[in-house]
Design a protein around this ligand. Sequence first.
Ligand code: ZN
Length: 107
Amino acid sequence: MTTAAFKKLRRAVFERAENQCEGGCGRWITPDDAHLDHMFGRARRQESVSNCWALCITCDTAKTVNQPSAAHWLNRFIVHCEEHGYLPEIEIAEARLESLRAKGLTT
Ligand SMILES: [Zn+2]
């Protein structure tokens, strides 16, 4: 992805967020004090408006270390995708949750 394309993506995500953390914590954010998080990892899928979300530093840090759990963040991302109608991303997140369940990692 080019720098210009990434800037455009970042702008679109932050516009959608309307200055509120999309991780569900309710904190107010600005593009200067929040992170653009790629839910599924940059190496696996091209970043897009539907698989990136704007997270406050607290949520971004917690998600990075899977606190309280990876399943928590997948569930939160599913809620976020449902709000915005990102159906393919919901399927990916559900598949990941299923994989965690199969390993007994959802408690
Ligand atoms: Zn947050």
